[in-house]
Design a protein around this ligand. Structure first.
Ligand code: ADP
Length: 539
């Protein structure tokens, strides 16, 4: 027997429509790539998104067609995003930090028909457009007056395409499992693979992220998503902010400490989200200029492990609460959030710090298990193995079935991370399965060593890789990028690590490099580091 409730399809157009009706004048503030701060509202975004839909329909875009964006976070990006998804076309967010050859591969693999872009990315597209014959038109987020001459064929200024379009367009009217967004993983191994979100999974993910123990967003919040919309929908904030009616502050292209600080203060931001490297830049800026944060209350840090000194600085020095998050493109992306639960009520400050450094617990809708040698291991906080995930908004296959069957016999996806789960459900990542160091048959997690090393005075960034050792198979090498003007030595680092990590985890050597290379998603590029140190041998 079926229930007798209304069949309200879970489609994301309802999110922006809800915001437009109930939070009509709530602002979306953008630092435009042209420079000035521009303001719009959910009401305007909705109306203009409808115009985008009508222009796309006029271009022959249909249900299931891919429309791409190569753009920073902005109000315009949101309009084109909802205008695309509303008519059942698929918004494919391109990551501008990818190499041109990877962009060409992704655009052709996705068969993108139209690309919306910022002025800043015109040179990238001009260099590759002739290798992407599927793209029939380009739209630049600017007006006719600011549109530069370009080699791109069929290229329009955004304001020009909206001119004369009707703001009436029928949205929705398709099944909730219809594809809605496409985001490629950065492809550290093999070609990038497309994660194809559906309307239903994006709506469910929005609902689960809004929970008080998850992101805990409210209509009163002013949210600054530094995390880009091309990183799994700005960790869902491009949906959850309008769903809550929160004000949005979009940083555009500028993510340095001074620019982020200016927006945080002038727009009275209460909530923000970004990877650790962004927060390092902000903290360094605050320290060098001796400034305080007057409105920021909560920051979500994820995408890479949260270093202890970032947690302590934010909470103890600046009075900002930190939530550590783990997730990946394939998990929409939130998988766990590190909000201490009732068992932490009587914890000491040091125990709270230890708990918050773990990646956190899974909200309802995300199931986790740790698997080693084909078996699920106990939740004892010690036994580590491959982290597996199943849930309401988790990838079941990649676009065009790249990589084949990606689920185990119980329908869990292998995250490629190595982790433990404790008796309270806190998951802790110890490594990526491809980065873990296998020493004498045991596993050494590189993340702990790196986090500990960045706490040493004068260290800007730390990375650990395994180096061949004739007796132990592999041993850790610690690679350090120094802070400008600082000069930590190998002895300083070994003394700093001593006693903080297991003795047999202590690096066999420390090397200093000018800069530690980062990949397209801002994470340490260990493949490049392994290449640099490929001739080094221990023992
Ligand atoms: P890619 O796998 O291409 O880098 P993602 O941006 O989806 O793509 O990254 C997901 C990965 O990032 C996770 O599998 C995990 O290794 C890492 N990660 C994300 N959040 C954290 C975190 N809080 N701590 C440690 N690692 C994290």
């Amino acid at each position: 027997m079926l229930g007798l409730m209304q069949n309200w399809q879970l489609t994301v157009d309802k999110i922006i429509e809800h915001a437009a009706i109930n939070h009509t004048n709530r602002e979306i503030v953008t630092r435009s790539v042209e420079g000035p701060i521009v303001r719009t509202t959910y009401g305007n975004i909705f109306t203009r998104a409808k115009k985008v839909s009508n222009w796309l329909l006029g271009q022959g875009i249909k249900l299931g067609d891919r429309v791409a964006s190569l753009a920073w976070n902005s109000g315009h990006h949101m309009e084109s995003w909802y205008g695309t998804m509303g008519i059942g076309a698929i918004m494919h967010t391109l990551n501008p930090r990818l190499f041109p050859e990877q962009l060409v591969y992704i655009i052709n693999h996705a068969e993108d028909k139209i690309i919306f872009t910022d002025l800043t990315f015109l040179p990238i597209l001009e260099a590759i457009h002739d290798k992407c014959p599927c793209v029939k038109a380009f739209v630049v987020f600017t007006d006719g007056a600011n549109m530069p001459p370009t080699k791109l064929p069929n290229c329009h200024a955004y304001e020009d395409i909206l001119q004369g379009q009707s703001d009436i367009s029928i949205w929705g009217n398709f099944e909730e499992n219809t594809a809605c967004g496409l985001c490629y993983t950065s492809g550290t191994t093999g070609n990038p693979k497309g994660v194809l979100y559906s309307h239903r999974t994006n709506v469910l993910h929005t609902l689960l992220t809004m929970g008080a123990d998850v992101m805990g967003l409210t209509a009163g919040d002013v949210i600054l998503p530094v995390v880009p919309m091309f990183h799994a929908n700005a960790w869902g904030i491009a949906f959850s902010a309008p769903a809550c009616g929160s004000k949005l502050v979009m940083p555009g292209a500028k993510m340095d400490g001074a620019s982020i600080y200016e927006l945080l203060e002038t727009e009275k931001v209460t909530f923000s989200a970004a990877v650790p490297t962004v927060w390092l830049m902000l903290l360094q800026y605050l320290e060098s200029t001796n400034q305080k944060l007057s409105t920021l209350k909560q920051v979500v840090i994820g995408g890479a492990a949260l270093p202890e000194h970032i947690l302590r600085s934010f909470e103890d020095k600046y009075g900002v609460g930190i939530r550590h998050a783990w997730g990946m493109t394939e998990t929409s992306p939130l998988g766990t959030l590190g909000t201490p639960g009732p068992e932490a009520a009587n914890y000491s400050r040091e125990e709270i710090i230890k708990t918050k450094l773990k990646q956190g617990r899974s909200p309802f809708g995300v199931e986790l298990k740790i698997k080693r040698d084909g078996k699920t291991v106990p939740r004892d906080g010690e036994t580590f193995g491959n982290l597996m995930v199943r849930g309401a908004a988790i990838a079941g296959a990649y676009f065009k079935n790249e990589g084949g069957d990606i689920l185990d016999e119980e329908g869990f996806f292998d995250t490629g991370d190595v982790a433990t789960i404790d008796e309270h459900g806190y998951m802790q990542i110890t490594d990526r399965s491809k980065d873990v160091i296998k020493s004498g048959g045991e596993w050494i997690g590189t993340i702990d060593i790196e986090n500990c090393a960045v706490g040493c005075e004068g260290v800007a960034c730390a990375a650990v890789i395994g180096i061949y050792h004739p007796k132990w198979d592999e041993r850790p090498l610690l690679i350090i990028e120094k802070k400008a003007g600082a000069n930590p030595t190998k002895e300083d680092l070994m003394a700093h690590l001593n006693g903080k990590i297991a003795k047999w985890w202590m690096p066999d050597d420390v090397r200093f490099v000018e800069t530690i290379p980062l990949g397209a998603t801002g994470k340490i590029n260990k493949i490049a580091l392994r290449e640099t140190f490929k001739d080094l041998k221990f023992g």
